[in-house]
Ligand binder design. Structure first.
Ligand code: PLP
Length: 366
């Protein structure tokens, strides 16, 4: 009786590889018979301090208004973002669910069947998903050994069908920044839209958003999921030229930012003390982890460290850590990342110590 009608589904959808998220506490607790309270989650780059208390209060305060539609264009949040970023409201788009929602919105605005997008690998795995869903084809360009990219190779990969170039700074999972000169070279020599994902930019020394004032083909993606500790609310935003923001709004779902997310976002932006502390914890933790993890650790400008456990395998080491109740992210599901890389979120000092000890134990066991 349970028939299916796959012929109703667009062909492109079958090309989409399953998105592999970091493991949850519940999964690991049940897989290894552990007490959920004893598990340290350092696999998804969440803020170990939790959300700002002001954001939590905003969520409580908005609960009784859940029957009311939010503003269609998240005006109040965009005004707060205008103060935070220095850009006028006309350059800002707020998006739910998360920056992923912004990526969806941009793809559905520009990608037609047969178009191409350029993705320098290894990088964040989501970009190809909305592109494929719109009928687009990802063209992968390998990064250099140190995860920097070669603007010439990116530009050589461009065809008459290229619509978007996806760049990420700091890059996930490698933690390195895109140099401004490289971005300028790309912006000046492409007809495509360039999307720069700055999900982790608050932890970094530099950002690239200022270039939106100079180039009409640059979009910056940002999120409340990382430094602001609101991953569960699914809130992101974009900084883009005014002409593009106008068209974006035309194509996007109205009310995409829920009322609780909107109010919590505004509150989070006002809590500069929580923001400062969240950045400080990461900066100190990065130094500690880079020094103490007994494997090769790449320098990072984000809230995670990339660890190369060679000659061990990432999957095996990740599993041993999970058995000890520590969740980290094996990077073998990232395209072109090989099978020896593990991404570790920077946690509280206690959590960092735990993960270092666990790595030491794993190393001593071989
Ligand atoms: C976490 C992450 C995002 C997604 O952010 P959401 O706002 O939670 O959708 C985007 N890009 C990169 C590189 C990320 O690591």
């Amino acid at each position: 009786m349970f028939l299916s009608r796959p012929e109703l589904i667009k062909k492109e959808i079958f090309e989409i590889a399953e998105y592999v998220p970091g493991k949850s506490i519940e999964e690991i607790a049940s897989a290894y018979g552990l007490d959920p309270g004893s598990i340290t989650k350092l696999g998804s780059n969440e803020n170990p301090l939790g959300p700002s208390s002001k954001a939590i209060q905003a969520l409580v305060d908005t609960a009784p208004c859940a029957n009311i539609y939010p503003s269609a264009d998240a005006r109040e949040l965009r005004e707060a973002l205008s103060k935070y970023t220095g850009f006028p409201v006309s350059n800002l788009i707020a998006s739910g669910p998360g920056m992923d929602g912004l990526l969806d919105g941009i793809c559905r605005l520009v990608i037609e069947k047969g178009d191409e997008v350029i993705v320098p690998t290894p990088t964040f795995a989501y970009y190809e998903l909305p592109a494929r869903a719109c009928g687009g084809k990802p063209v992968f360009v390998r990064r250099n050994q140190d995860f920097s990219l070669d603007p010439k190779k990116i530009l050589e990969a461009e065809s008459s069908r290229t619509k978007i170039i996806f760049l990420c700074s700091p890059n996930n999972p490698s933690g390195n920044l895109l140099p401004e000169d490289d971005l300028r070279k790309i912006l000046e020599n492409t007809r495509a839209l360039v999307f720069v994902d700055e999900a982790y930019v608050e932890f970094a020394d530099r950002n690239l958003a200022g270039l939106v004032r100079e180039y009409d083909n640059l979009v910056i993606g940002r999120t409340f999921s990382k430094v602001f500790g609101l991953a569960g609310l699914r809130l992101g935003y974009g900084i883009m030229p005014e002409w593009l923001a106008k068209e974006y709004i035309r194509a996007a779902t109205p009310f995409s930012v829920s009322l609780p997310a909107l109010k919590a976002g505004v509150a989070a932006l006002s809590d500069t003390e929580h923001l400062r502390k969240s950045i400080e914890v990461v900066r100190k933790g990065r130094e500690y982890l880079e020094e103490k993890i007994p494997f090769k650790v790449y320098p990072s400008q984000a809230n995670f460290m990339l660890v190369d456990v060679a000659p061990l395998k990432a999957k095996a080491v990740t599993q041993s850590l999970m058995k000890k109740g520590i969740i980290v992210r094996s990077c073998d599901s990232f395209r072109e990342a090989g099978d020896t890389l593990i991404r570790v979120t920077v946690g509280t000092p206690d959590q960092n110590e735990k993960v270092v000890r666990a790595f030491e134990t794993v190393k001593s066991e071989v």
